[in-house]
Structures are given as structure tokens and as C-alpha cells.
Design a protein around this ligand. Structure first.
Ligand code: ATP
Length: 476
């Protein structure tokens, strides 16, 4: 699986999906850029999420809040005081690690060695110690299990300390304490502070949701596994506001809705699972992760949290402004409860890429073998929907092909190419996940038909040019 992961990373770079940031300067750790096909795929995933939330769901509207927020926001949310992870330095390698990641890596090794029960017990003890913030106990557990760092293979550790994950910067030119502001570590707070603005201006009635996509920043210490954990990433979050006491019903509903969303993109059921949080955050009364089977195992892809009225209450307290809702049905004022769905766009991109990547061996008609790399991306989100190829550069075939191209590109993303043999052109489209190709040949000029080739089955069929748009549209 690890080999497969390396192959996916190389493929992503070779075909213009993901590049290391500032690569000519040897890159910047845990920061990535998206290339031509990557930015299309990312945009399509974002649009698909946005549409499912703000167009296909009842009572959800979107906002686009700023990355910078008033610094008191992060005091109210708890990020200034507690958005820190326990860290430890290895004295020999001088590398800093998140303590929970060291335990997780060790538990993975135990699992691989068939010692599952031991792995589970270790993580359970770790969770308990983390919850109590018992760092002396954690350090002891680390020593008792002889957990080493992957670089120097020694267990020569410092004490465990807290490290805040928020990036800060200075507002204006004077660098005083009061001017310190933060790059948001999550998009959710922009939704909470706008609760009343949105509720009033969009005339929303509880229950309703507010959706937002946008960049978030975390100074992650252990940045690893390609775009799985980045320092600059994008989130797609929705906060659903409901009447107190109904939140667990909505929580169950959103669990199912979000699972179905993943299935609708062709992600197989067996690659997804729910993982209930053992240790709940102080503000939550229920929390679950949707985990995906990444090339390095099942890991969190999305979080669904019942956050109670914690955030709105805290903003009311810190701002001194009343944040309450009058429910005309029951004639009561209250602070709504919140169910949140939160997914990383980049992590979803990685899930799609790793699920769709295949190195396929093909049996040729003459009995010999051939191979291709294909991305089985759902047509709903594939970067290109249709590739259009004239069979040759002669006899007016490019003119007819260009005519079809110019017509179809108004409706969906198309790609035109007349260079190289048809087989080669098909392979290049397979590699970027284009679900359909058409070839225009001499017969096309006579009877108005073209060959439509399907990416996954590689089946070809003869169709009428006038039906083409409808056929493609029905898949996307
Ligand atoms: P993890 O345990 O993996 O650090 P988290 O529990 O801190 O994640 P949340 O704060 O719940 O994550 O954020 C919601 C979603 O945002 C996650 O499910 C994940 O998809 C995404 N996400 C969080 N941190 C990162 C990151 N550093 N890089 C990319 N995506 C991230």
C-alpha cells in the first residue's frame, strides 16, 4: 500500500494535480500547490459540496467570512488557551513530535505485528491521560513502551509541553500585544459570529444551517502524508442551528446525510466507516469521525460534532451582545444548539485520488498484455468531462471536431487534441480521469455520428452528434 501511495504522489505531480509549494526553492514543508487538473478537481469537489448544502438541502445558506477575525474571537472559542497539542522533542534528532502521533505510529506497528489488543489498550490509556492532561503519566507511558522517534531511533525525550497551533501576525505597523491577530485555524467561528446577521437578513427560522468553505491555517508540528495534514488547507464546514433538546436527532440525521454524500461520489461503502470519539471535547455532547481507508490506513476524513450552545454562548459572553433566537412556534427565546459537519477539502481530494487510482493490466486482442494508469473519478467531479479527437489532421476532420468542441465547452469542461495516435490520446485522458472521449472520423462527415469511448469499460459505441451533449450531461 505504501508503494501505491508513492505512485499516487508521483502521478499527482506528473499530471498537474499537486506540486510541492515553491518547489524551485526546494519546497515548503506541508504546503502544496494545485496544478491545472488539480485545481479543477478541487473546485469541482468544493462545488459539489456547496450545491449539496445550499441548493439541495432545506434551510441552508452560505457565507464567505474573512480569514482575519477580531482577536477576541479566539479567546471566546477557546483557541488561545487550549488549541495546543502536547509536544515532545527528541534530544538526539532535535525533532519535535505531537505526542499522540508518536503513540499512533507505535500502535500501527503493533497492529501490523498482529498485536491489535495491545495497540487498542495503548491508545485507550493515551486518551485517558490526554483527557486528564497528565503529561508526566504520558511521558512515563512513552518510556515504558520504549517508543522511539523515527529519525534517530532513540527514546531520549524532553518533557511534554503545550504548543499553540495558531499562526499569528501583526495588524498595522506597530507590533504590540494588542495588535496580534491570528490566521483562522477553522472556518466555523466566522459562522458563529455572523449567526444573527444571517438569521435576520436571510429570514431564517430554526432549524437552519450556515455553510462556508475557505482556507484555514494550523502550525502543525508533524506535517506528513502528503496533503493529508497541511499547514495551509481548506475546510468545508456547515453549522446547523436547532432547538435545544433536538440536537441528537439532527446529529444522527447529519451522520447519515454525510455518509450518503460520500457514497454518491462512488466511494465504496467498505472504504468508509464511523469512528465515535471516546474522548469528547469540552463543548461537545456527541462526536464522530467519518474515516476513509487511505493508502496508510483508516484515518479521519470528516468530523460531525454536536457542539451544544457552547460557541454562541461564549461569543455572547465575550462580546457582551445578546445572541438569542425567538422561536415563534413555542413562544420562547433561546440560544440554539449546533450540529457541525466539517471536512477538509484537501483531505477529500486525497481520498478521491487514492480511491480512483488504478494501474490496470489489459489483455490485448492478440493475447499480449498492456497496461494503463486510470483515475476512476466520478464524472460529476472529474477535471475534464469530454475529450474531443479528430482521427487525422486532414480532410476537414479538425473543423468538424472544433465545431463540436466549441459547442460543448459552453456546457462543461472539454479538451481538444489532434496530436499523436488515438490510443496515446486515450491513455492521457485515462490518466487524468476524463470519463468520455469522442473520435471524429470520415464516417462522421457522412452520417453525423462519432465514436464515444467510455473510460472505465473502454467500450466504444457509435452515437449521433446531436445526442452527444445530452448523453454527457446525464452523467455529470
Ligand atoms: P486531525 O485529528 O486529523 O488533526 P482534527 O480533528 O484536528 O483533525 P478538525 O479540527 O475536526 O480536525 O477539522 C475538520 C476537518 O478538517 C478534518 O476532518 C480534516 O478533514 C480537516 N483538517 C484538519 N486539519 C487539517 C490539516 N492540517 N490538513 C488538512 N486537513 C485538515
Amino acid at each position: 500500500q505504501e508503494n501505491n501511495f508513492q505512485a499516487i504522489i508521483s502521478h499527482a505531480k506528473e499530471y498537474g494535480f499537486v506540486f510541492p509549494s515553491s518547489e524551485i526553492y526546494d519546497g515548503l514543508s506541508a504546503v502544496y500547490d494545485y496544478g491545472p487538473y488539480g485545481s479543477e478537481l478541487k473546485k469541482n469537489i468544493r462545488d459539489y459540496w456547496w450545491k449539496s448544502m445550499t441548493q439541495l438541502s432545506d434551510n441552508i445558506v452560505g457565507i464567505d467570512a474573512a480569514i482575519f477575525m477580531h482577536p477576541t474571537t479566539w479567546k471566546a472559542s477557546g483557541h488561545v488557551d487550549s488549541f495546543s497539542d502536547p509536544m515532545i522533542d527528541n534530544k538526539d534528532s532535535k525533532k519535535r513530535y505531537r505526542v499522540d502521533h508518536l503513540f499512533e505510529a507505535h500502535a500501527d506497528k503493533l497492529t501490523e505485528a498482529g498485536r491489535q489488543a495491545e495497540a487498542d489498550a495503548l491508545l485507550k490509556t493515551m486518551d485517558e491521560l490526554l483527557a486528564k492532561e497528565d503529561y508526566i503519566g504520558l511521558k512515563q507511558l512513552l518510556d515504558d513502551n520504549k517508543i522511539v522517534c523515527s529519525i534517530s531511533k532513540t527514546a531520549n525525550w524532553t518533557d511534554i509541553r503545550q504548543f499553540n497551533l495558531m499562526f499569528d501576525t501583526q495588524l498595522g505597523s506597530v507590533s504590540e500585544e494588542a495588535n496580534t491577530i491570528y490566521l483562522r485555524p477553522e472556518t466555523a467561528q466566522g459562522i458563529f459570529v455572523n449567526f444573527l446577521n444571517v438569521q435576520k437578513t436571510a429570514r431564517m427560522k430554526v432549524p437552519f444551517g450556515i455553510a462556508q468553505t475557505g482556507k484555514a491555517f494550523r502550525n502543525e508540528i508533524v506535517a506528513r502524508q502528503f496533503i493529508f495534514r497541511m499547514r495551509e488547507f481548506e475546510q468545508m464546514e456547515m453549522q446547523f442551528f436547532c432547538r435545544p433538546g433536538t440536537e441528537l436527532e439532527w446529529y444522527e440525521k447529519w451522520k447519515q446525510t454525510r455518509l450518503e454524500w460520500h457514497l454518491s461520489l462512488g466511494t465504496p461503502k467498505e472504504k468508509l466507516r464511523f469512528h465515535d470519539h471516546v474522548k469528547l471535547a469540552h463543548y461537545a455532547n456527541a462526536a464522530v469521525d467519518i474515516e476513509f481507508d487511505f493508502p496508510f490506513g483508516f484515518k479521519e476524513l470528516e468530523g460531525i460534532h454536536s457542539r451544544t450552545d457552547f460557541d454562541l454562548k461564549r461569543h455572547q459572553e465575550f462580546s457582551g451582545k445578546k445572541i438569542s433566537y425567538f422561536d415563534t412556534e413555542i413562544n420562547q427565546h433561546y440560544i440554539p444548539f449546533v450540529v457541525e459537519t466539517s471536512i477538509g477539502l484537501d483531505r477529500m481530494f486525497l481520498a478521491i485520488l487514492s480511491n480512483s487510482y488504478e494501474e490496470e493490466t489489459l489483455q490485448k486482442e492478440d493475447g499480449t498484455k498492456d497496461s494503463r494508469i486510470v483515475l476512476h473519478i466520478s464524472p460529476k467531479i472529474s477535471p475534464v468531462k469530454l475529450a474531443i479527437f479528430p482521427l487525422t489532421k486532414k480532410d476537414g476532420l479538425p473543423d468538424l471536431a472544433a465545431e463540436i468542441f466549441n459547442d460543448c465547452r459552453k456546457n462543461f469542461k472539454c479538451f481538444y487534441e489532434e496530436k499523436d495516435a488515438i490510443g496515446k490520446r486515450y491513455r492521457r485522458q485515462d490518466a487524468i480521469g476524463t470519463p468520455f472521449c469522442i473520435t471524429i472520423d470520415h464516417q462522421s462527415k457522412e452520417d453525423g455520428t462519432v465514436t464515444l469511448r467510455h473510460r472505465d469499460s473502454m467500450q466504444q459505441e457509435r452515437i449521433n452528434i446531436k445526442d452527444l451533449k445530452n448523453i454527457i450531461q446525464s452523467f455529470i
